[in-house]
Ligand binder design. Structure first.
Ligand code: 13P
Ligand code: SF4
Length: 359
């Protein structure tokens, strides 16, 4: 149907039954009757248009399990974008991720279903800020988190994600023959990295608006209410949160932890959709709140993914000169040997006395 209202027929019900099995613990039957026809139509459109959907771990389960061709954390999606064999990439994630895909695949059409899907970290710093920082710290390598605009990436030496930040910081310091690295723009990630390495970290005061809201009291209250629950935290959280958690790592590291260990109860100190998506891998695990919603990630829906494919919108473009310079920084990160296991923030080895220099 041209208006995007597709009926839930017995054929659609049968064709989407395996997906329903994956999400039935987190999606109601009423919701599924609306989602299933759109999922079937989006998957048909992908084949017709030679498109792939890259879906971040924070997408809702009907997107993540229903239409994502590749799912994962920021590092995994960047690697998949570089390899993507399709004419169109639809980024089910936020704008900086779509820019990263365009930077890596300039010949492909990259679409984001809602242009307002931003990120508080990407908005916290500009290319001009980075140029001024480089003037202030000549010769000190600049590592930027992928949660930045392409213009910011173009000013930096190498990118990192939460899955490889310690490895990248150490590689950047070694390559420049220094013991100092500028790590932009997430202050909390920088503080958490600084505790894992001998490299001295210079940090910016950007924050993820989802993870900065967790504090030590939240973790203490969770421990008291659910003493048996294992607590996993994302490294964009304040260090006091990581100190009280059982494990810290990127979104994929958390997924691996739950899938391998199948804890009886777990708390994911991160964005809420993580628990919904992992639930399919860990049927016996009870996922305990709290979690916080990312308003930017939640702008992406099945409806606007469908619109993106039908109307080929909203196309993300990056100035070719900026893209070439940003590509160098992202490619250097991708070319580093992949870690044997997703990096964890080792809370036992953490050097609690180590602090960062704030710009
Ligand atoms: P990762 O998926 O790389 O852990 O990043 C989390 C995030 O906040 C992405 O926006
Ligand atoms: Fe940005 Fe935080 Fe949302 Fe990720 S969760 S997109 S870092 S605001």
């Amino acid at each position: 149907m041209a208006d995007g209202n597709f009926p839930f027929t017995p054929e659609i019900e049968a064709a989407t039954a395996p997906l329903w099995e994956k999400v039935r613990r987190r999606v109601t039957p009423i919701e599924w009757r609306a989602h299933a026809p759109l999922i079937a139509e989006i998957n048909r459109l992908k084949r017709e248009k030679n498109a792939v959907i890259l879906a971040h771990n924070y997408m809702t389960p009907e997107i993540f399990h229903g239409v994502g061709d590749f799912v994962g954390d920021s590092l995994g999606l960047a690697r998949e974008a570089a390899r993507a064999d399709a004419a169109i990439i639809v980024q089910a994630g936020v704008h900086f991720m779509a820019e990263t895909s365009k930077v890596l695949c300039p010949e492909k059409t990259v679409l984001i279903p809602d242009l307002r899907a931003g990120c508080s970290l990407a908005a916290s710093i500009t290319a001009e800020d980075v140029r001024l920082i480089k003037q202030r710290y000549p010769g000190v390598p600049v590592v930027t988190y992928v949660n930045t605009t392409a213009e910011v990436k173009a000013e930096t030496d190498i990118c990192c994600t939460s899955a490889n930040a310690v490895q990248v910081v150490e590689a950047a310091a070694a390559a420049a023959g220094t013991d100092r690295v500028i790590l932009l723009p997430d202050e909390f990630l920088a503080r958490n990295v600084a505790r894992q390495t001998d490299v001295r970290i210079i940090a910016w005061q950007g924050r993820c608006e989802v993870h900065e809201r967790f504090d030590a009291d939240d973790i203490r209250q969770v421990r008291e209410a659910w003493p048996d629950a294992e607590i996993l935290a994302h490294p964009e959280c304040p260090a006091e949160v990581l100190e009280l958690a059982d494990f810290a790592g990127s979104t994929t590291a958390m997924t691996d932890y739950v899938a391998k260990r199948q804890p009886r109860q777990v708390v994911l100190i991160t964005e809420c959709s993580m628990a919904d998506n992992i639930a399919a891998e860990a049927p016996a695990t009870e996922f305990v709140r709290p979690c916080n919603l990312c308003p930017h990630m939640k702008r992406i829906s099945l409806e606007n993914i469908y619109e993106a494919l039908v109307n080929q919108r909203f196309e993300v473009n990056v100035d070719p000169d900026v893209a070439a310079r940003a590509r160098r920084s992202v490619q250097r990160m991708i070319d580093l040997p992949p870690p044997a296991a997703p990096a964890r923030y080792d809370l036992v080895k953490a050097r609690h006395h180590v602090d960062v220099e704030l710009i």
